[in-house]
Ligand binder design. Sequence first.
Ligand code: AN7
Length: 355
Amino acid sequence: MRYTGLIEKYRDRLPVGDNTRLISLGEGNTPLIKLENIPVLLGKNVDLYIKYEGLNPTGSFKDRGMTMAVTHAVEEGSKAIICASTGNTSAAAAAYAARAGIKAFVIIPEGKIALGKLAQAMIHGSTIIQIKGNFDDGMEIVKEIADHAPVSIVNSINPYRLQGQKTAAFEIIDELGAAPDYHCLPVGNAGNITAHWMGYTEYKDAGKASKTPVMVGYQAEGAAPFIKGSRVDNPETVATAIRIGNPQSWDQALKLSKESKGWFTAHSDDIILAAQKLLTEKEGIFCEPASAISVAGAMIDIQSGKIPEGSTVVCTLTGHGLKDPDTAIGQCDQSAMINVNPTLKEVKKAILDNM
Ligand code: AN7
């Protein structure tokens, strides 16, 4: 059977009617890859998986929520959608609006979104509203805009977004045959961790899993409101996707963290970038910096024993590495690039010198 997206696959668990026009790009059904080399490096006996959400149609997990949010907006007769974004939501909104034949307006922080995401928002034909402010400033405006302009909000405060995103948890249980012991995620607005918890508890209540995982959320040190215990006014991190100081799913995230016996931890930009590089060099998996924090954090918690040996751990890699080519190139050794003349002799020398 041809795979036609997560709404079709999980439609009995999603708010969608029999005759609803589905706005889909074949999102979901992403690979769950077992890491082979990093656990060896750690010297720990753990089953460590990554859920490669960067392989969604626009390169991030946002497509799961956007297929639901745009499907619903179109069903309601909406002609335009709007979001504030650190980049990935704007890319998904722009693409799904194009698919639906409606307009997308995206509010982005000037100079602070990764190049690939900006390219996506532009090429799909959305109207880009750059603000001299951060994501949180944009979000405050979006929350008021519906009273002033005929636009549907597709940020994760739109409940249809989380409905779509909860399907990632369904896929993991369907594939592993059980819930993992720990699920580690990067946290910005905390919409995704909230959606995963919804999915895990829904499947448990339906008898499709015997337990729910411990939910672990990681934030960048410069943008860590859950660790500080209150909003951060000027969030800063190399992981621009999670450069968020005032999370929209604050209450839900605190509640699920407690219920699942989980925790939140912050890690530095250096640790985030080192994990991004380790994943590319040791596992062949390229994710964006914000995503790498899930593996960085899991490695640290496995090393310390907070996540004990014998555990099954899933880390969500939320976005593809190609989203942010500048940061990727910036952290590579430029001497890896060898300039030679186009001769057999010089190419042979370049190879033999570097074996
Ligand atoms: C790669 O695109 O908020 O905790 O506006 O792009 O659900 O917010 C992105 C968030 C993690 C955090 N990883 O997820 C946006 C936006 C990546 C992201 C997150 C984001 P939430």
